[in-house]
Design a protein. Structure first.
Length: 242
């Protein structure tokens, strides 16, 4: 990985205080971050898929930002766009200070506002992205809205990655998304992520709706492996018959 980003990530993961945009030290909480495994996956996936235009909703301290920026730095091209209304007011600009320290500001763009306000102008300007990473407002309705706004921005063949699949709000939202949008689930090893590949631009009729089940034993991530469901069903039947 790009050594500058790697060093800055190491600081973020190991220090309890970090410099903000104001140059002062500020506390770093232990919850607001992605795991190293998730970050390394995002970084590797961005490189492997040749995703040059990346967009993230929810930057906070900049963990995911640095992983994505590192991929662009290693490839020597690409640009990363981050959207977060609270990156400065709540997170003290620690993530933005890290980007500055990385020397990669030239391939970085930041919108200090909500996805709701930032994404439509990008669509209006005809922008497209190869990878959109959604890790912002985690409420059910907000996730659906973020996906809905990200879809026109995502290139056909590009990917939308949703974080925090452990949360019921995300699980419920993704149950709807995978059944109703023209995306395929990409099998991958990180249980907390859902990776979707876009098949085509939205061509659904105005009244399109595929119902989604109230309960799903497995997260949509697993739906790429239908044999799991069959095995579980067989075990249930076998237990019921005992
Ligand atoms: C879980 S944190 C993101 C963590 C980050 N991706 C990382 O790797 O450490 C969620 C972030 O979403 C931001 N956020 C909340 N609502 C948002 C919205 N409507 N649009 C964009 N970002 C939002 C919060 O300010 C917060 O920084």
């Amino acid at each position: 990985m790009d050594p500058r980003c790697e060093a800055l990530l190491e600081e973020l993961y190991t220090q309890t205080q970090q410099p903000g945009l104001d140059g002062q030290m500020h506390p770093v909480d232990l919850q607001t971050r992605i795991s190293r495994a998730q970050g390394e996956f995002l970084h590797r996936f961005t490189l492997e898929r040749g995703a040059e235009r990346t967009l993230e909703i929810g930057m906070a301290y900049g963990f995911s930002t640095l992983y994505l920026l590192a991929a662009h730095a290693e490839r020597g091209k690409g640009r990363h766009t981050a959207v977060d209304p609270f990156a400065v007011s709540h997170w003290n600009g620690i993530g933005l200070a890290k980007v500055r320290a990385s020397g990669l500001e030239g391939s970085f763009r930041f919108f200090e506002t909500t996805s709701l306000l930032a994404l439509p102008p990008l669509a209006q300007a005809g922008e497209r992205f190869d990878l959109v990473y959604i890790d912002g407002d985690h409420r059910f309705d907000a996730v659906i809205v973020d996906f809905h706004l990200s879809d026109p921005l995502c290139e056909v063949g590009g990917h939308i990655v949703l974080d925090d699949m452990w949360m019921p709000s995300i699980q419920w939202a993704t149950r709807f998304l995978v059944r109703n949008f023209a995306y395929d689930v990409v099998p991958q090893p990180i249980a907390n992520l859902l990776v979707l590949r876009k098949r085509e631009d939205d061509r659904r009729p105005w009244d399109h709706f595929v119902p989604f089940p109230e309960e799903e034993e497995e997260a949509p991530r697993q739906r790429a492996k239908p044999w799991r469901k069959r095995v579980k069903r067989a075990v249930r039947r076998w237990r019921g018959g005992r």
